[in-house]
Design a protein around this ligand. Structure first.
Ligand SMILES: NC(=O)c1ccc[n+]([C@@H]2O[C@H](COP(=O)([O-])OP(=O)(O)OC[C@H]3O[C@@H](n4cnc5c(N)ncnc54)[C@H](O)[C@@H]3O)[C@@H](O)[C@H]2O)c1
Length: 263
């Protein structure tokens, strides 16, 4: 049963955080999974937990760095070899980079953020879309961020690349909607994943929990989001129930990005 029954779904950045949570939710909804990450050890751990909870799930794991074009082509080819189709693509892998003012930003880190968050997302689309085009069907969810619709202090490359993801999403929706391919993006606010926990450590190394509590005060719901809440939205966007939403960047942030001041 489930929204993704027998659909072949590729998830990048699947070893941890939002990718892992979506993989669990997709397994719960009957999907076959192609899990991609550059951290092979964590990827195998993630697979083991998913398999234990949902023993009937077909899962392949592929170690790949999404910023390496050849590796992206390979994970797409391997998935088609294993499952025959790619029905859904959660183009999720991304990094935050370090936090620093714009003019002081380390150039190597800047380029790395661009390579992973922008080129990695683009390579994924470049190789997955032709498969979906042939099928005449596909659902794609790119991962932007609230930093893809707003500025965020000291995170210039992150904000630049996430705005780019929202832009690429619009173009993919225009160019490939006619082939039955719907492309959307999500814009999560602060969701409690390892990446966000690391950011709070940078804000207040002595007391990261305090930084987290202070941050939550600015949210209308007075809390951070949970990875499984994002997983549910992603599963909807990857399913047939998503039939006329195309080219949108959907915020999932408790409403925080609507605010112009304190709440
Ligand atoms: N957590 C949040 O609050 C939040 C908010 C907005 C957007 N996002 C976005 O969601 C996505 C996932 O973030 P997360 O919080 O789950 O991060 P995370 O660091 O917890 O997990 C990211 C996963 O992606 C993998 N990964 C990173 N770079 C990779 C690469 N080049 N190739 C292959 N795998 C790679 C990591 O190994 C890890 O398993 C990112 O694109 C991030 O920008 C997260």
């Amino acid at each position: 049963m489930g929204r993704l029954k027998d659909k072949a779904i590729v998830i990048t950045g699947a070893a941890m955080g939002l990718g892992y949570a979506a993989a669990l939710e997709a397994a719960k909804n009957g999907a076959k999974l192609s899990l991609v990450d550059y951290n092979g050890e964590s990827l195998e751990k993630a697979k083991a937990v998913i398999q234990e909870q949902y023993p009937d799930t077909k899962i392949i794991t592929l170690v790949a760095d999404v910023s390496d074009e050849a590796a992206v082509k390979k994970y797409v080819d391997e998935t088609v070899k294993a499952f025959g189709t790619i029905d859904g693509f959660y183009n999720n892998a991304g990094i935050e980079g370090r936090q620093a003012p714009l003019i002081e930003y380390d150039l190597e880190v800047f380029k790395k953020v661009v390579d992973i968050n922008l080129m990695g997302v683009y390579y994924g689309l470049r190789y997955v879309i032709p498969v979906m085009q042939q099928q005449g069907y596909g659902r794609i969810v790119n991962v932007a961020s609230v930093g893809g619709i707003r500025g965020v202090m000291n995170q210039t490359p992150y904000v630049a690349t996430k705005h780019a993801v929202a832009g690429i999403t619009k173009n993919a929706s225009l160019e490939y909607g006619r082939y039955g391919i719907l492309t959307n993006a999500i814009a999560p606010g602060a969701i409690l994943t390892p990446m966000v926990a690391e950011a709070f450590k940078q804000v207040n190394p002595a007391d990261p929990k305090k930084a987290e509590a202070e941050y939550a005060q600015a949210n209308p719901t007075k809390r951070l989001g949970l990875p499984e809440e994002v997983g549910k939205l992603v599963v909807f966007l990857l399913s047939d129930d998503c039939s006329y939403v195309n080219g949108q960047t959907i915020a999932i942030d408790g409403g925080q990005s609507n605010s112009y001041g304190n709440v």
